[in-house]
Ligand binder design. Structure first.
Ligand SMILES: CC(C)(COP(=O)(O)OP(=O)(O)OC[C@H]1O[C@@H](n2cnc3c(N)ncnc32)[C@H](O)[C@@H]1OP(=O)(O)O)[C@@H](O)C(=O)NCCC(=O)NCCS
Length: 185
């Protein structure tokens, strides 16, 4: 049974439920959603990603949670927090926490990502006691960095780095940061 981690006005943030991989393959593993994230994956890669995420949640208590709409019970993406764990990111980021998000294209621009991200930031600061969170994206991913700015995150260009796992058009990885004391809630 999935565990409910948080609720917002329109969303339930929960751990994995039966059928999530199938739904992910259908609505998340698409060229549009994965455009800046390395492209679509084989099912075994998605299953491995789900397994790594579940292992992270079992170990740390947090990870990426699946987003289920209250109105129709559909899983429409994920949002969460995780260790950065990229060698090229350097020591500060690698001891920090990132927040991140992806939403099914059918549900873009309806405020779901912001709604979920606010819940995750509150979990990071209030439940998990983090002093700051980072977020990573690329210049090319305008939707994602615009969201970071809308959340009140500050650009932290001193932590930008080149990620060899991504092509030139998605590099460098650009970094935003939010400190607990700067979070209005
Ligand atoms: C980034 C993403 C999660 C945004 O999801 P969303 O639910 O559409 O976002 P919201 O509706 O909550 O929008 C919040 C804010 O983000 C920004 N934003 C979202 N989509 C945008 C776009 N296409 N262009 C510019 N800004 C955008 C805006 O500031 C927006 O606020 P506004 O609507 O008041 O202008 C979504 O585009 C997505 O899943 N992209 C593919 C996966 C991905 O790249 N994830 C990020 C990895 S770093």
């Amino acid at each position: 049974m999935p565990e409910i981690i948080a609720e917002t006005a329109r969303l339930i943030l929960r751990t994995e439920a039966p059928g999530d991989v199938d739904r992910w393959m259908e609505v998340m593993n698409t060229p549009a959603v994965t455009h800046h994230l390395g492209g679509v994956q084989e099912r075994h890669q998605v299953e491995a990603k789900f397994a790594r995420n579940a292992a992270g949640i079992a170990k740390d208590g947090y990870g990426f949670w699946y987003l289920q709409t209250k109105v129709d019970g559909l899983m429409i993406g994920h949002c969460g927090m995780s260790p950065i764990d990229v060698v090229a990111a350097g020591p500060v980021l690698n001891t920090g926490i990132q927040i991140g998000w992806s939403i099914a294209e059918s549900h873009w621009r309806r405020g779901y990502a912001i709604e979920a991200a606010i819940a995750v930031i509150e979990l990071a600061f209030d439940r998990f006691g983090k002093e700051e969170v980072f977020a990573q994206t690329s210049d090319a991913n305008r939707a994602s960095w615009a969201m970071m700015e809308k959340l009140g995150m500050e650009r932290a260009a001193e932590f930008d780095y080149v990620d060899p796992n991504y092509p030139p058009e998605e590099n460098p990885t650009i970094i935003y940061r939010l400190k607990r004391n700067d979070w209005p809630a």
